[in-house]
Ligand binder design. Structure first.
Ligand code: AMP
Length: 142
């Protein structure tokens, strides 16, 4: 049985503007923002505005708009950081590694020979997140 969506989760609070985030993209259906504990430079999260815990309970209509933005962000982060590749990650329930229960996709620029840092590891400085968000916004706009 899939658990119910909890509107008190931290990403729901980000969506409602109750806590701050470094947003790089927003449209009617999707928001993208910087991960505060990045596994690599420019680690970005892309989430639908529609509430679901993860892909197990999401309305399939969510995925088209969500993955269109995942692609946009992947292209933008690759360009913004001159990355060699981009890793996507997406976790469903705690056994898989999920820690925040609002559907989201991780978009992480990758560089040859540079391993990913641990998941939910060290908090990045806000000024670094702000600078990286600026670079991604500029790449999205170009
Ligand atoms: P997951 O394990 O897929 O649920 O990942 C949740 C991600 O959210 C982790 O990579 C965390 O570093 C990140 N995270 C947690 N709190 C925040 C926050 N307030 N703003 C941005 N990212 C966050």
């Amino acid at each position: 049985m899939v658990e119910a969506y909890d509107p008190g989760n931290i990403f729901a609070k980000i969506l409602r503007g109750e806590i701050p985030s470094h947003r790089v993209y927003e449209d009617d259906a999707v928001v993208a923002f910087m991960d505060v504990m990045p596994q690599g430079m420019g680690h970005t999260l892309v989430m639908p505005k529609a509430p679901s815990r993860n892909i197990l309970d999401a309305d399939p209509a969510t995925f088209g708009p969500l993955f269109a933005v995942v692609q946009k962000v992947a292209v933008a982060v690759k360009k913004a950081f001159d990355a060699d590749g981009v890793t996507l990650m997406q976790f469903n329930e705690s056994a898989s590694g999920q820690t925040v229960y609002h559907l989201h996709v991780h978009v992480v620029p990758r560089f040859e020979g540079v391993p990913l840092k641990p998941h939910s590891g060290q908090m990045e400085k806000p000024e670094v997140l702000a600078e990286n968000a600026d670079k991604i916004r500029a790449a999205l706009a170009s």
